[in-house]
Design a protein around this ligand. Structure first.
Ligand code: URA
Length: 435
């Protein structure tokens, strides 16, 4: 493999062949291509871009760089849901039981949080006893038995993406459309579901800050999925402020439970219902997305979504009593309030800053090795468009370390912007692509 000429070719803006892309990916995973040459190629890709064909080939090469999961022992059309990452995004914990309660088999692999975004695996681990590592047989039979299972990402899935993502992270080459879409879709395709619903976040707390870029990324991922024979739909959704009110692991699980009890914040409820409705349709349990939405709303109203969550928690070794007794979650010893210094309307709550502040409370990790405090985090008490008076509580901070909680409050104080004119509420679901 002549890496120098491959780098040169991309640097000149030419299209790489399937063999060159495969050779690079396999050579890099095998350790035959050094980081400095891989970095140079990533930077050339960053500046010259990847064609659609190259993006498909890169996705394919990464997808088959390790194990792929065969979900055929599970009956029915398996539907996966993936978020490109946000702040306070506990949607999976609501969507998965709702879709499963409507008869869609959910066999999901989730990740941990890093930096200012959280991860479903950490959230689930705040439930006492919950096991995220299941053997493949146990995973499949649980889905056949109760309709859903969630496991952590195994080390053997898409090793090329793991290695390349780590390199992109330290070479400023993360934010490229072709690299992001191939990274996400290689994992989704390797994970084996028949259909995929993508929640592409857009705004200050997301990779894509504006709607145009989010739509471009979403369209590319939908094309990759459909090209690989998996029905794929993407929703572009708001991440200019945190989703819901809770940010931090156990706090978000409690908010997800409250949502399944019909008492959740408006935004998380609406988003979960819409995404689940699409999943129910793609899973062949409804004739239209609208019928899927109606079925989902019924599963929320009649408590079958909540019952499915309890069944799922119990099946994976967790204590289902957490549903009715939030005292069973890990405890924090510190609780501090941030109050408004002036009266007016909340104009902005910068999601990224809230995510970083939550990380400072101990709820998130800066490096993969960091231990996290599952009880720590933030409750956002006012959302964009709400009226506030001087002295009203804007947010509450939880944790077990005074220094960390104070640092979080300093960070979060910069997130809130109060103005005199009532702003428009941001549009939650901006576009749905591929339906
Ligand atoms: N999430 C991923 O899995 N990969 C990216 O490149 C960006 C976000």
């Amino acid at each position: 493999m002549d890496m120098v000429s491959i780098i040169q070719k991309k640097k000149d803006g030419l299209e790489l062949t399937k063999e060159e892309i495969k050779g690079f990916v396999n050579g890099y995973v095998a350790g035959d291509i050094p980081d400095y040459q891989a970095s140079a190629l990533l930077m050339a890709i960053y500046f010259k871009g990847l064609s659609k064909e190259e993006t498909f080939e890169l996705t394919d090469a990464m997808r088959y760089s390790g194990d792929t999961i065969d979900l055929s022992p599970i009956e029915g059309i398996k539907v996966d849901k993936h978020s490109t990452g946000g702040v306070g995004d506990k949607t999976t914990l609501v969507v998965a039981p709702l879709a499963a309660a409507c008869g869609v088999p959910i066999a999901k692999m989730s990740g941990r949080g890093l930096g200012f975004t959280g991860g479903t695996v950490d959230k689930m681990e705040s439930i006492p006893g919950f096991r995220i590592a299941l053997e493949p047989d146990e995973f499949m039979s649980q889905v056949n038995r109760i309709g859903m299972a969630v496991i952590g990402q195994t080390a053997h899935i898409t090793p090329a993406d793991k290695k390349l993502y780590a390199l992109r992270d330290v070479t400023a080459t993360v934010d490229d459309f072709g690299l992001i879409s191939s990274s996400i879709m290689s994992k989704k395709l390797a994970a084996g579901s028949d259909a995929i619903v993508l929640d592409v976040k857009c705004g200050d707390g997301a990779f894509m800050e504006n709607k145009e870029d989010a739509a471009k990324l979403a369209k590319l991922m939908v094309e990759i999925g459909n090209n690989a024979g998996r029905r794929t739909v993407a929703a572009i959704t708001e991440m200019g402020q945190p989703l819901g009110k809770a940010v931090g692991n156990s706090l978000e699980v409690i908010e997800a439970i409250e949502t399944l009890k019909g008492r959740g914040p408006e935004d998380i409820t609406e988003l979960a219902e819409r995404l689940s409705g699409i999943m129910v349709y793609l899973g062949g349990k409804a004739a239209t997305p609208e019928e899927g939405l109606e079925m989902t709303k019924k599963a929320l109203a009649d408590g079958s979504g909540l019952a499915k969550l309890a069944e799922f928690i119990e099946a994976q070794g967790g204590d289902p009593k957490v549903i009715d007794n939030y005292d069973l979650f890990p405890k924090h010893t510190i609780e501090k309030e941030l109050v408004a210094e002036e009266s007016g309307y909340v104009e902005k709550i910068r999601a990224r800053q809230i995510g970083l502040a939550s990380q400072h409370t101990g709820a998130g990790r800066a490096t993969k090795e960091d231990e996290i405090d599952l009880s720590a985090g933030i409750r956002v008490c006012r959302k964009v468009g709400d009226k506030v008076s001087k002295g009203d509580v804007l947010a509450v901070f939880y944790g077990n370390d005074e220094g960390k909680v104070s640092m979080a409050m300093n960070e979060a104080a910069k997130a809130f912007e109060i103005g005199k004119i009532k702003p428009e509420k941001p549009e939650l679901i901006k576009e749905i692509i591929g339906l």
